[in-house]
Design a protein around this ligand. Structure first.
Ligand SMILES: C[S@@+](CC[C@H](N)C(=O)[O-])C[C@H]1O[C@@H](n2cnc3c(N)ncnc32)[C@H](O)[C@@H]1O
Length: 429
């Protein structure tokens, strides 16, 4: 398969199987030899996912979606993305290659694909996109968000904030990383910048494999916050209850304020990932358990702190995983809330009196964040949400106090650097 065919096949699988791109593309990319081909394939896949609404809007001006085979429509979207955004590839090459793929899907429509893409190419600079005055079209076509999600955020956050959230989630964020030893080896070969929120966190235009080779771990500053809130909390055992691929637990371990950090996750494959990452980072991760944390598997009152970074819809990470916009539906958006509730109850049971649970989700959905913790503390007498900077550094307090809502937690709104996130600290009194 060539680049265009591979990008089309990856996108098709993402939409049919409702999987993340990162779960789908590795097996496809293996078959491409050239590094530039791999990069271009991912550029098309991520670009289509990021701007699908906008591409649909353009394509609809020249073709009727209801009368077009779904595969051909998707293929044409990949062509439209390239014509609109990849200005260094000549239009004739994009059209020719896309038509060649169309011939394999259905030879009868290759002429149609050719004609439509030529029309897009001719007219692309004269197309204007809906303005804010028409809110639903603006959300779907200009901002490329599904209407149900955009309108939900308008209801949850108000129009101004919701539109800001969507714009931020359409940005490609810098690759932010944390070095567990020393950042200076990277500084010899690359320009390394400090990030705006967390001391000891960096970004730069550095290949991912070089970051990893330098014993540094890629982790958004919003995600770093969960362990940072326990930085000065001292204890014997901490449990990272849903820990794979390991980032939060690694950071907590690197602070050295617990005798042991226990890494738990639900499956062998997920635990393998932690081991693989810890080996690369030369971190000695020895306490690992496999259990379904929706069921009681740990002794009650046995650990000093729990990080519960619960499975969720992931809508706070749309910048890095734009396909989340299209694989979530009104039906599955909140499908993890009952798991989150059970896990939070278990986390609280496992922690000792005086101990702390840090609950977090990389989600914009209040049903997965604010509602889970406030329902929990209102039904459990000795559970209290406390001011979350009690055990953090001053730097963290300064950077994040604007996101704190008293008695609730930190609602992190995405920006140029931050993913959307929710984190709250609950004490067992
Ligand atoms: C948001 S991810 C955690 C990311 C991780 N904390 C990190 O910083 O790298 C959620 C994790 O929950 C795990 N998980 C899902 N259901 C679980 C369950 N019932 N019990 C334990 N872990 C579970 C998933 O395998 C996944 O690794």
């Amino acid at each position: 398969m060539n680049v265009r065919e591979t990008a089309f096949a990856i996108l098709k699988k993402i939409y049919i199987e409702k999987k993340l791109a990162t779960e789908v593309y590795p097996s496809f990319l293996e078959k491409l030899e050239d590094e530039r081909d791999k990069r271009l394939t991912l550029e098309i896949v991520y670009g289509v996912n990021r701007f699908k609404g906008r591409l649909e809007y353009v394509l609809s001006k020249f073709a009727n979606k209801n009368r077009t085979e779904a595969d051909i429509w998707l293929l044409m979207l990949t062509g439209v993305y390239q014509l609109l955004f990849l200005t260094r590839t000549p239009a004739y090459a994009v059209i020719h290659q896309t038509v060649e793929v169309a011939k394999k899907i259905n030879p009868k429509v290759s002429g149609f694909v050719n004609a439509v893409l030529k029309s897009v190419s001719r007219s692309k600079n004269s197309i204007s996109f809906p303005s804010k005055e028409n809110l639903s079209d603006y959300i779907q076509y200009t901002l490329s968000f599904p209407l149900f999600l955009g309108m939900k955020w308008v209801a949850d956050y108000g129009e101004e904030k919701a539109l800001k959230i969507m714009k931020s989630l359409n940005l490609k964020k810098p690759v932010v990383f944390r070095c567990f030893k020393d950042v200076s080896p990277l500084k010899k070969d690359y320009i390394v910048h400090k990030t705006p929120y967390i001391e000891g966190s960096y970004h730069g235009n550095i290949p991912v494999f070089m970051i990893r080779a330098a014993e540094c771990y890629i982790m958004n500053e919003a995600s770093q916050l969960a362990p940072e809130l326990l930085r000065n909390f001292k204890g014997r055992f901490a449990l990272d209850a849903a820990s794979s691929p390991g980032g939060k637990g690694f950071l907590l371990k690197s602070f050295g304020n617990f005798d042991e950090v226990v890494f738990n996750d639900v499956s062998v494959d997920r635990l393998e990932k932690i081991l693989e990452n810890s080996r690369e980072l030369l971190l000695n991760v020895s306490a690992i358990t496999m259990s379904d944390f929706t069921k009681p598997a740990f002794k009650e009152n046995s650990v000093d702190a729990v990080i519960l970074d619960a499975p969720c819809s992931g809508t706070g990470t749309i910048s890095g995983h734009p396909e989340i916009k299209w694989i979530r539906t009104p039906q599955n958006l909140k499908s993890k809330t009952s798991v989150q509730k059970k896990m939070l109850k278990n986390a609280f049971d496992v922690v000792k009196k005086g101990g702390v649970v840090v609950y977090s989700v990389c989600s914009m959905e209040k049903e997965e964040g604010e509602a889970i913790v406030s329902d929990f503390v209102s039904s459990v007498e000795n559970a209290k949400i406390f001011e979350p900077f009690e055990y953090s550094t001053e730097n963290i307090r300064r950077s994040f106090s604007k996101f704190y809502k008293e008695g609730l937690g930190l609602r992190i709104l995405p920006d140029k650097f931050l993913d959307g996130f929710f984190v709250a600290a609950i004490r067992k009194e």
